[in-house]
Design a protein around this ligand. Structure first.
Ligand SMILES: [Zn+2]
Length: 153
C-alpha cells in the first residue's frame, strides 16, 4: 500500500494528490506496468532456466533411481540419496520459476527480489540437475543478472 510522504496516511492506488493533506504524490502509484516496461528478456531467460533445472532435476531423479537400484547392490541407500539430491534440483527449479514470475511483474523491488531468487536457485539448483540443469544454470544466471541490472523505462 502506498503512503503519503507528508502525512504518512495510506493513499488510494491511483491518485496524484494525497486526499488527507493535499500533498502531491511524488511518483503516482500506477497499476501493473505495461508489457513494454517489463524486463522481458530477463523474464524469458529466467523462466527457461527454472524450467530446465526443474526438468533436469526430474530426469536426474528418475535416472538416479534406476542407477541407484543398480548401485544399491553394493551400497544400500544410494538410490534414495541420488533421488533426494535430484529432488532438490526440481524444488530449486520451481523456486527459480517463481523468481521469474516476479521479474515479469515489472515492479522494481519485485524484479530485484525475483532476480536474486533466480540467480541463487539457478546456481544451487543447476548443480543438482545434471546436464540439463547446467543449461538451466547458465540461462537462469544470465536472466537473473539481466533482471538485476534492469532499469525501469
Ligand atoms: Zn498526506
Amino acid at each position: 500500500m502506498p503512503y503519503c510522504a507528508n502525512c504518512g496516511k495510506d493513499l488510494p492506488l491511483s491518485t496524484n494528490f494525497c486526499p488527507h493533506c493535499g500533498t502531491r504524490v511524488a511518483s503516482a502509484p500506477t497499476a501493473a506496468p505495461r508489457a513494454s516496461e517489463r524486463p522481458m528478456a530477463a523474464f524469458i531467460l529466467s523462466l527457461l532456466g527454472g524450467i530446465f533445472i526443474a526438468i533436469g532435476g526430474l530426469a536426474t531423479a528418475v535416472l538416479g533411481a534406476a542407477l541407484g537400484a543398480l548401485v544399491s547392490l553394493f551400497w544400500r541407500g544410494a538410490g534414495a540419496l541420488i533421488a533426494a539430491i535430484a529432488f532438490l534440483g526440481l524444488t530449486f527449479g520451481m523456486i527459480a520459476i517463481v523468481g521469474a514470475t516476479m521479474i515479469n511483474s515489472g515492479l522494481r523491488d519485485k524484479v530485484r527480489t525475483g532476480s536474486i531468487l533466480v540467480i541463487v536457485f539457478s546456481i544451487v539448483g543447476g548443480l543438482f540437475s545434471g546436464v540439463i540443469g547446467i543449461v538451466g544454470l547458465i540461462l537462469g544466471l544470465v536472466g537473473g543478472i539481466l533482471g538485476l541490472t534492469w532499469q525501469q523505462a
